[in-house]
Design a protein around this ligand. Structure first.
Ligand code: COA
Length: 170
């Protein structure tokens, strides 16, 4: 499974992504506004746990972002369940040397089309911690709409963050 972007592709994770994953994910600037499941420091064990968990999963809902054969980030969805089963949560990260090149808006658009084309999902959503204006811009450029703000919804790095809820509804 491969989705072609302008300067990158989205492809399945491989066990051989381990070294690049550690190199790029072990960066406090990357993990600062991500969920606790993306730890800092990001160790070899964290990388191995992720790759062992995600490789071979079908259907593919998590992609590595690949530039010239190297994994430089990730983007994926988690399906909600029960009465929220038509909703999926989207998450993403990019290695710091690649920031500011419009890669993530393009990756998000690819992912949105892939999910809406292949799954019975009508709503994609995510929550952005309030200092993360770069991620809010990504979502706006990919067509998401800010629906509201959860005041002090997040406690991380020893402080409270408001959570800005973004969604794209088919
Ligand atoms: C948020 C993130 C995905 C942005 O991806 P990107 O491919 O750099 O996105 P863009 O190139 O469209 O830039 C988005 C915004 O980032 C800011 N930006 C641009 N270059 C930047 C740089 N070198 N450093 C920091 N921010 C930068 C700008 O505000 C830009 O908005 P603009 O295009 O309106 O000026 C990326 O910074 C990242 O992976 N951050 C860490 C993980 C994370 O926060 N994930 C999202 C959790 S909700």
């Amino acid at each position: 499974m491969k989705l072609q972007g302008p300067t990158f592709c989205l492809r399945e994770w491989r066990l051989t992504d381990e070294a690049a994953l550690i190199k790029y994910a072990n960066n406090a600037n990357v993990s600062r506004y991500l969920a606790d499941q993306f730890p800092h420091p990001y160790t070899q064990t964290d990388a191995q746990n992720w790759l062992n968990f995600i490789t071979g999963v079908s259907p593919v809902t998590n992609f590595a972002i690949d530039v010239n054969g190297e994994c430089v980030g990730g983007i994926g969805v988690e399906f909600r369940n029960g009465e929220r089963r038509k909703t999926a949560h989207i998450g993403y990260w990019l290695a710091e040397p690649f920031w500011g090149k419009q890669m993530m808006p393009a990756a998000t658009r690819l992912m949105v089309n892939y999910i809406f084309d292949n799954f019975d999902i009508v709503r994609l959503e995510t929550g952005v911690y309030h200092p993360n204006t770069a991620s809010m811009r990504v979502l706006e450029k990919a067509g998401f709409v800010k629906e509201g703000i959860g005041k002090k919804a997040i406690f991380k790095n020893g402080e409270f963050y408001d959570e800005h809820v973004f969604a794209l509804v088919r």
